[in-house]
Design a protein around this ligand. Structure first.
Ligand SMILES: Cc1cc2nc3c(=O)[nH]c(=O)nc-3n(C[C@H](O)[C@H](O)[C@H](O)COP(=O)(O)OP(=O)(O)OC[C@H]3O[C@@H](n4cnc5c(N)ncnc54)[C@H](O)[C@@H]3O)c2cc1C
Length: 265
């Protein structure tokens, strides 16, 4: 094995989702106002990459498209045991939809080069489109398997992939290079030892801009994204503050009528 790339996305920490807001001008999330975490499934993707490396050698490279503030999150993956990280960061990437994101990640993968496997999480907990894996594979011209729950290897270097399907599991045999996205059933992300945290401090995080990737700017960022938000409606929940009067029996009857009228029963 030469190289395994793991795509890692910073996402808003669910503990602070109550503070998430949208920018009404760009109709995108205001990500900078709340802390980020590594997308939970991406930790399973990192574990998958580390397990393959531990068995067959090579290096694990983390790849993220995110603002420079994502560096501490990449250090978490380096502390788990990844060898180095590449952060794709440039103001021209801001506002990218899933296609533009995949285009940027594909350029990052080509820049890193010489990879056998690319692991991703099956979906993020913020965008949750589950589109990036197959778009990335398509842009790189590689086979793609999603919903991966098991991996084993033949003596000839082929990968036996178990994937979750609607009513069970299917098994596929693949020959690297492959792009795989993983479910949480695949593995348990390893415990990060203190020595891992110390070692991560001296591992390389290379930050690349579009000067390095040279993607046509008209294909990326908000302007280059074919997904256009047509509108944004913020739902507001307010109590009606209605008071039902009468005897307990009358109140119950009125309450039942209201519940019936709003279609709950
Ligand atoms: C008009 C518009 C503007 C947007 N502007 C922004 C913006 O300014 N900033 C922003 O962060 N998002 C922005 N988004 C959201 C952005 O498109 C998605 O978050 C992103 O493309 C990934 O989609 P997803 O989260 O649904 O990924 P999924 O397909 O659900 O993710 C699957 C896996 O792909 C990998 N992955 C996904 N994204 C990344 C990434 N960035 N780096 C590394 N790996 C990744 C991870 O392994 C992840 O587990 C915008 C979306 C739209 C429609």
């Amino acid at each position: 094995m030469k190289r395994i790339i793991v795509c890692v996305k910073p996402v808003p920490d669910p503990k602070h989702w109550g503070r998430v807001s949208m920018d009404p001008d760009t109709m995108t999330l205001r990500r900078e106002v709340i802390p980020s975490i590594v997308n939970p499934l991406d930790k399973h993707a990192i574990e998958a990459g580390l397990s393959v490396r531990d068995s067959f050698g090579g290096e694990v490279v983390l790849l993220s498209m995110a603002p420079p503030s994502a560096q501490p999150l990449l250090r978490e993956g380096l502390a788990m045991g990844a060898d180095r990280a590449v952060l794709l960061s440039d103001p021209v990437f801001a506002g990218s939809d899933t296609l533009a994101t995949s285009l940027i990640l594909a350029a990052g993968c080509r820049y890193i080069g010489d990879f056998d496997l690319i692991f991703l999480g099956n979906m993020s907990i913020d965008g949750s489109t589950a589109q990036v894996c197959s778009q990335l594979a398509e842009l790189l011209g590689l086979p793609n398997v999603m919903h991966v729950t098991g991996l084993s290897w033949t003596n000839e270097g082929k990968v036996i992939i178990t994937r979750k399907i609607e009513n069970g599991f299917s098994k596929l045999v693949g020959i690297p290079p492959l792009v795989l996205s993983v479910r949480k059933e695949l593995n348990k992300p390893r415990y990060v030892p203190f020595t891992g945290i110390l070692a991560a401090e001296s591992k390389e995080i290379r930050v690349l801009s579009n000067n390095d990737l040279k993607i046509d700017p008209s294909q990326i960022g908000l302007a280059g994204s074919p997904t256009k938000m047509a509108g944004l409606e913020i739902r507001r929940f307010e109590r009606k503050r209605e008071r039902l009067e009468g005897s307990p029996e009358e109140i119950v009857r009125k309450l039942m009528d209201k519940i019936y009228q709003i279609g709950v029963i």
